[in-house]
Design a protein around this ligand. Structure first.
Ligand SMILES: [Zn+2]
Length: 243
């Protein structure tokens, strides 16, 4: 019988390679869910951009890296699908488990890089491990197995801590971590799906944002890319897709 701790192969390794999705309690000056995290004063997400020339503001997206420092990407860009498997060690409810699947399959709704396909077999490209807790203050983490840039990502492992997490939250956490599994790092735009400061209690589903759909950026060998803020004009990435 395997325990939650045993199922995480190496905690230090996980910490160094994974980009963590941390809770938002003390996220400084960010405007999250309409309230400034530091002052508690109501704000708008775009407050962060005030004082800049909005037309020229760029959103920066980091990339995951391999052990040799090269950009991590699935090198077989002509592949048609990425197979994922969910291991439910935490015994989360069916509702939350289904939400995790929706978070993965959300990437199929937009022009996907690869089709996400669930498998029950071992050897999936992306393995998603559901736990009660990952680490204190961290609700999600992703490790990509990528020795060097030439070889590219061989496997990805997503860890989700779902104690007390609702369905919408679980879906958002999963979609965020799958972004990492695809090679995306964090975005510097508040409320982007790849914003590291995902709110603890999301009430809305987050849509996949322009920053995450830049195929040229994703397959490029650069450690980050930038796209104009104005590309958000047509897409509400704050997540109000239900209604
Ligand atoms: Zn993250």
């Amino acid at each position: 019988m395997i325990t939650a701790i045993q199922a995480i192969p190496s905690i230090p390794f996980l910490l160094t390679l994974a980009l963590s999705l941390t809770l938002v309690h003390s996220s400084g000056d960010a405007c999250t869910d309409g309230v400034d995290a530091a002052s508690g004063v109501p704000c708008r997400p775009d407050d962060d951009a005030r004082g800049h020339d909005d037309a020229r503001r760029m959103v920066h997206i980091q990339r995951m890296t391999c052990e040799d420092g090269a950009v991590a990407r699935w090198n077989s860009v002509d592949r048609e699908m990425v197979r994922f498997k969910v291991n439910n060690w935490a015994g989360v409810t069916l509702e939350v488990a289904l939400a995790v699947r929706r978070g993965v399959l959300q990437w199929n709704r937009v022009q996907p890089f690869y089709a996400m396909w669930e498998t029950a077999r071992e050897g999936a490209d992306i393995t998603i491990e559901l736990f009660d807790d990952v680490l204190p203050g961290i609700v999600g983490a992703t490790r990509v197995k990528c020795r060097n840039g030439r070889e590219g990502i061989r496997k990805a492992y997503v860890y989700l801590g779902l104690r007390g997490v609702g369905a919408v939250e679980a879906q958002n956490m999963t979609a965020h971590e799958i972004g990492h599994a695809m090679g995306l790092g964090h975005s510097d735009r508040s409320h982007d799906l790849m914003d590291a400061r995902l709110a603890e209690k999301d009430i809305d589903e987050r849509t996949i944002c322009p920053s995450n759909l830049n195929r040229a950026g994703l397959i490029a060998g650069t450690h980050s890319y930038a796209i104009p803020e104005k590309e958000w004009a047509e897409v509400d990435c704050a997540g109000r897709t239900r209604g």
